[in-house]
Design a protein. Structure first.
Length: 60
């Protein structure tokens, strides 16, 4: 909120929106980097939940 208020004082509502958007983008990039650095194969196991061209068997 401090940075958002600083942006509002410098550029009004537009400055507030710019600071809010910039902080959101920075937080997403940081979280993405941290998830990328996780050890293991949780995000790269290449095991799909269902095969794309095979329909699931119908159960009666």
């Amino acid at each position: 909120m401090l940075v958002d208020g600083w942006g509002h004082s410098k550029g009004g509502v537009a400055g507030s929106f710019v600071m809010d958007g910039g902080l959101g983008i920075a937080a997403c990039l940081l979280l993405g980097f941290l998830l990328y650095r996780l050890p293991g194969t949780a995000f790269s196991s290449e095991v799909s939940a269902a095969r794309p061209l095979e329909p699931l068997p119908q159960q009666d």
